[in-house]
Design a protein around this ligand. Structure first.
Ligand code: XMP
Length: 525
């Protein structure tokens, strides 16, 4: 295992990804993790990430002195990146200074010393790296020497081979650092002696073993399938182990896309052979939502209905089995786990509630299930790889994310007003099919239509119309936290807008959303 201590850099997850790409399991902990938590990971190498702080800032996150003696005495190689390097220098007796005018940002060449441990085996003295720093190390701690310099003469890589402590002022984890991945592999394999044998087939085996160990031979397990990749892959994995002792429920909340309930049920049953019960609560849900226009109130109402339905299902199952299922499968991913810890030194304790995502599909604690979370250590694309191993159909694996509250957050205002939902379903189907036809689906993180509660004037077949306006949205993103609008060619937009107005009754205007996140969010509500 390679441990990454997170000081809040936007690139921390990327460091963890690079290590996994090299076939080594990476684990992330907040930069102020306790020594006990660090030792429990039993790391073979530790990386300190970058971060927004200066080591001189008040409250800047530091490591306990014991940390360095632990690494040294256990022979654990330590690499500090950017803030991580400054932390090493500052805490081990060197000097870090903020030189106001000489910050270095962006892609730039550095000169490296090839007789060093860090650059052993490199073929050139110069390489391009991605730099982003304001502070510099101006005096090194005892035992360290500079092994790379920037054009301006700043010391950008340091090492103390006897302690196996290293520091890089630049970011080897980003693709703009041309030898960055090679450097990470060199440290993992040659310096730390790791093997690079972590792969998805082993993960699958390990997670199946964990399920076998956790669940007794007569225990039953339940799972709420959303129709998304995560819950489907998690359920499929658990089903491999437990067969029909797994009980899945799929709730049709009346807010699904065109033909979605039939399509996903078909995949669950025909392709994955999952034991799944569909519960249709559309009527109850729409009754609950009638007249509700506030986005948060909608989300809360939907979440409440979901919880009530799930509870009824669990109670019914208990009655038919003669005892209560004790376990619940959830498709929690690694980013969900680590996102809940804010960067140390940020002063941020809890992030703001922009939208109450976790109220939807999140089950109340008093249900008292033991959770089975086989994807807890994986990133999204790793879940997709695992899904492929489990033979989940490709079309399903590559699906765009779809929010728990479904179309309710895409019909602005009252979801139950007129034929809003039906119209939106048709528009969305035409739009997404067009995206598939034009071969653009996999280039886009998420694409969908939004129903606006307004009418505009138009002219169709010599007739004046006063009909609905729909908005189309498509964004690129890597994690949904930030996003940019997708630059469709005008030809595509022309094609899709014509097709929508011609084939969907009651729509006479189509607009395209050209806002990034921030300042907007991906969904409109
Ligand atoms: P926003 O709109 O906050 O969305 O920029 C970011 C990502 O999260 C999805 N999303 C949700 N997913 N329950 C979910 O499971 C929700 O309540 C929810 N709201 C938004 C959204 O589709 C996008 O992928």
């Amino acid at each position: 295992v390679c441990l990454v201590l997170d000081y809040g850099s936007q690139y921390t997850q990327l460091i963890a990804r690079r290590i996994r790409d090299a076939g080594v399991l990476s684990v992330l902990l907040p930069g102020d993790a306790s020594m006990d938590a660090i030792k429990e990971v039993n790391p073979r190498m530790i990386i300190l990430s970058g971060g927004p702080n200066s080591v001189h800032a008040e409250g800047a996150p530091l490591l306990p002195p014991e940390f360095y003696t632990y690494c040294q005495s256990s022979g654990i190689p330590l690499l500090g990146i950017c803030y991580g390097m400054q932390l090493l220098v500052h805490q081990l007796g060197g000097v870090v200074q903020t030189v106001m005018d000489s910050g270095e940002y962006g892609r730039m060449p550095i000169n490296v010393e090839r007789d060093s441990v860090l650059y052993a085996g490199e073929e050139a003295d110069r390489q391009l790296v991605w730099m982003s720093h304001g502070d510099s190390a101006t005096a090194l701690p005892e035992g360290f020497r500079a092994v790379a310099k920037s054009e301006q003469g700043a010391c950008v890589a340091i090492e103390d081979p006897s302690r196996k402590f290293f520091g890089l002022q630049y970011h080897p984890e980003v693709v703009h650092s041309e030898r960055g991945s090679a450097m990470i592999k060199h440290l993992l394999f040659e310096v730390a002696g790791l093997e690079g044998d972590w792969n998805m087939a082993d993960v699958l085996q390990e997670e199946m073993t964990k399920v076998t160990a956790a669940v007794g031979p007569t225990d039953h397990v339940i799972c709420a399938l959303s129709g998304g990749v995560d819950s489907t892959v998690a359920a499929t994995l658990v089903h491999r182990v437990l067969g029909d002792r797994l009980h899945c429920v799929f709730v049709d909340n009346g807010l699904l896309r065109y033909a979605e309930a039939e399509r996903v049920m078909d995949t669950f049953r025909e392709h994955l052979h999952l034991p799944v019960t569909k519960i249709d609560v559309s009527e109850r849900m729409l009754a609950r939502l009638a007249g509700v226009t506030d986005p948060e109130a909608k989300r809360k109402a939907i979440g409440k209905e979901f919880i009530d339905t799930f509870q009824e299902y669990a109670t019914g199952l208990e009655a038919s089995l003669g005892h209560a299922p004790r376990f619940l499968v959830q498709g929690t991913l690694y980013p969900d786990v680590i996102e809940s810890c804010p960067p140390p030194g940020s002063g941020q304790k809890h992030s703001h509630t922009i939208k109450s995502h976790h109220n939807v599909g999140g089950l109340p604690e008093d249900l008292r299930f033991t959770l089975i979370e086989p994807l807890r250590e994986l990133f999204k694309d790793e879940v997709r790889a695992l899904g492929r191993l489990l033979e989940v159909p490709e079309r399903f694996i590559a699906r765009h994310p779809f929010p728990g509250p479904g179309l309710a957050v895409r019909v602005l205002g009252d979801v139950t007003a007129g034929d809003a939902l039906a119209t939106l379903r048709e528009v969305d189907e035409v739009y997404v099919n067009a995206i598939r036809e034009w071969g653009l689906y996999d280039d886009i993180w998420q694409a969908f239509a939004v129903f606006l509660p307004i009418r505009s004037v138009g002219v169709q077949g010599d007739q004046r119309t006063h009909s609905h306006v729909v908005a189309l949205r498509a964004v690129t993103s890597s994690d949904g936290m930030t996003a940019d609008w997708f630059p469709f060619q005008p030809d595509f937009l022309r094609y899709v807008s014509t097709k929508i107005c011609n084939s969907v009754r009651g729509v006479n205007r189509v607009v395209y959303d050209v806002t990034s996140k921030p300042p907007s969010t991906i969904e409109w509500e």
